[in-house]
Design a protein around this ligand. Sequence first.
Ligand SMILES: *Cc1c(COP(=O)(O)O)cnc(C)c1O
Length: 404
Amino acid sequence: MTLQETIKLDEMYYMNTFGSRTPVQFTHGEGSVLYDTNGKAYLDFLAGIAVNSLGYGHPTLVKAIKDQAEQLLHCSNLFYIESQAKLAKLLSDLNNGGRVFFCNSGAEANEAAIKLVRKYFSDQNLHKYEILTTYNSFHGRTLATLAATGQEKYQKPFLPMPEGFKYMPYNDLDAAKASVTPETAAIMVEVIQGEGGVIEGTQEYIKGLQDLCKEENLLLVIDEVQTGIARTGKWFGYENYGIDPDIITLAKGLGGGIPIGAVMAKGKAADVLTPGSHGSTFGGNPLSCSAGLAVVETLQKAGFMDKVLSNGQYLKEGLKKLQQQFSFIKDVRGIGLIIGMELDIKIPGKQIVGLALEKGFVINCAGNNTLRFVPPLIIKEEEIQKLLEALSEIFTQKRKEDTL
Ligand SMILES: *Cc1c(COP(=O)(O)O)cnc(C)c1O
């Protein structure tokens, strides 16, 4: 089908939740390159929003999915599932112990984390249910995770929100301390606010939150949906902060493109979700867990993580050099291969995204007018070099037009 035919069907039959989408239809990809219906090639620095961690057509992942599809796609959780048990062990080892529950998305993983927090305290007959989250966060689109998401614009049409969430400014430890009440049960944060514009939590803040949780008997929940599974060059984003959270949530990159989410919990929190208290039909099914195993085992190969780090460094330094040349670049931030470049509001990020697309580069614009770079983790240095050159051309052109 041509792009125009797809657009027509979409406009007639698909709920218009995504507005006017970028008028491109990808047909296939290879490595970090995507191809559209016109045969045009694009270097991908978005990876389906931090999902396609092994890029496109990765032989290990493709084989795992093919083999599993031939054997058994789905099986009820009434039965034991080999790939589910194996992936649970693997993730538990990487997270230094604890248990896992699998679901199908980031929102669902956070939803499970919220339930876990509430049951943890109600099991102890404690009236602690409130979860502190931060402004500018993003935790998902279900009602509870929307309530956890401290952004009014997402919540407004769906009021009233489920109770039990309180917001505090990000990177403000004093505000966190002041927000704790006897009803507070947990703090839930991203170590880097991804959708919010790649805002890094400071060392002092993230460590301080862990100390606060210990002092006040709160659970620390880290939403690793975007930062987890090697995105920052470590298995989990929290490792960059030397903390040990009680609960983490995963999704996006874990299945390399196959939908899978996970909530992981340690210590006493690991045994809270008991028979009947939670479940999922699709969660942890053989297909998604086989994909997850293939992704994690590939990332575990010697040298892979080092490459993520060195390529991330290369990208960040290249963007910082651009910042020195163009005054409308306000900031470059991020860790590993989640990097943001904040632009002055005079230069709409969306416009830059469009110009990059014309040149054959897929990027996007997150909160705070910030260009976001979350390429496949297999991206190569020479591919990053190409992006940097293209951005330099675009910015030079922009400066001429706007005489900035
Ligand atoms: C994307 C994202 C979510 C939501 O994940 P879905 O799979 O879209 O439900 C939650 N938290 C963070 C940090 C995310 O980046």
